[in-house]
Design a protein around this ligand. Structure first.
Ligand SMILES: NC(=O)c1ccc[n+]([C@@H]2O[C@H](COP(=O)([O-])OP(=O)(O)OC[C@H]3O[C@@H](n4cnc5c(N)ncnc54)[C@H](O)[C@@H]3O)[C@@H](O)[C@H]2O)c1
Length: 328
């Protein structure tokens, strides 16, 4: 299997289109693709993203083009043949997808259809950024890709979970009906610089509360578990899934199997932020999963991938970025 570093030299002037380019993950992917020598087209409507995330890409690289557009509307790519479509656009945090519930369902349904059609038109390879939330509140642990999940189709999370499941099913149909070269990545909790301060996810919540000297909010009793993968590791997994040859039609978990209870995690954040651990407890939101942990055997075999960056190292970089954000 080729190493990711060698890919740019194997492909002549590849063009990548990234939806959700102004988001947390999308902007890191854009930076990495530019480093790999791709021409990159970024699409975003900035409903949860920010142009600031694209500062590097915009200022330092002529190979980056940005279009502010809602991908649920028709979009014609001007003058470029696109080789790879990375479909990341979608609100991703519970706060965002509750606030934008119908928009979330539309970007994952109509937006996904539009991007799949574009992939067919350009004969491009397609990657869908799906989610561990496709497993809902899982009854199998850890979750392998073969597990069908335990999702409440009528609950408050359904706008996200079910629309991602629809996006997965649609992607599979384009693979079957049009022989489109697709892969679906079920992304598990990813963290790192450029996360929004107020998106309600546990990493920015805990870090901002600790840095402000506030108690850390724990929902439920804190015994629920989560696993966390650093953004550079996640992006590496996405690249391998797109570029390695044996991934067409596959669905692959990319996440970190190291599990922490939320209370343990609060303790780690407090220690790294050099504050005493103080916790306030609030009721668990509806359908909050008790356990979430990827089985990454498939990623290990197909991609030779596993997380390389330790939680301490990743959190140190993330905390630095939040110190900078909060003191501006
Ligand atoms: N970060 C994680 O831990 C995580 C976990 C599982 C899945 N994912 C998936 O990865 C992708 C990126 O997540 P993220 O954490 O970077 O979220 P994010 O909110 O930071 O980024 C999503 C981006 O999509 C854009 N967008 C949303 N609707 C759009 C539309 N209709 N047209 C154009 N742009 C639109 C937003 O403005 C934003 O810039 C999402 O598809 C998400 O479901 C992320």
């Amino acid at each position: 299997m080729p190493e990711v570093e060698q890919i740019s030299s194997q492909i002549n002037a590849p063009v990548s289109l990234v939806t959700g380019a102004g988001g947390f993950l999308g902007s890191h992917l854009v930076d990495r693709l530019l480093l790999e020598g791709h021409q990159v087209i970024g699409l975003d409507n900035l409903c949860t993203g920010s142009l600031e995330n694209l500062d590097n890409a915009m200022s330092s690289n002529k190979k980056f083009k940005y279009f502010q557009t809602d991908i649920t509307a028709a979009f014609i790519l001007p003058d470029l043949k696109c080789d790879f479509i990375w479909h990341l656009a979608s609100p991703a945090s519970p706060v965002d997808y509750r606030r934008l519930s119908i928009e979330t369902m539309l970007v994952n349904s109509i937006g996904t259809k539009n991007m799949l059609d574009m992939a067919v038109e350009h004969n491009a390879k397609f990657l869908l950024a799906s989610t561990s939330e496709a497993y809902g509140d899982p009854q199998v642990h850890p979750q392998p890709e073969t597990y069908w999940g335990n999702v409440n189709p009528l609950g408050e999370r359904a706008c996200y979970d079910e629309s991602k499941r629809f996006a997965e099913a649609l992607t599979c149909e384009y693979h079957r009906c049009y022989c489109l070269d697709t892969r679906i990545i079920r992304i598990f909790n990813t963290y790192g610089p450029r996360m929004q301060i107020n998106d309600g996810r546990v990493v920015p919540n805990f870090i901002c509360q600790a840095l402000r000297g506030e108690p850390l909010t724990v929902y439920g009793d804190g015994a629920q578990t989560r696993s966390f993968v650093y953004v550079a590791d996640e992006v590496e997994g996405l690249l391998r899934a797109m570029f390695y040859e044996n991934t067409s039609g596959e669905v692959i978990n990319i996440g970190n199997p190291d599990e922490y209870t939320i209370l343990e995690f609060a303790g780690i954040i407090a220690r790294l932020c050099k504050v005493e651990l103080n916790v306030v407890y609030k009721p668990l939101p509806p359908d909050d999963p008790a356990k979430r942990c990827p089985d990454i055997s498939k990623a290990r075999v197909l991609l030779g991938w596993e997380p390389a960056i330790s939680l301490e190292l990743g959190l140190a970089a993330t905390i630095d970025s939040f110190v900078h954000k909060l003191t501006r």
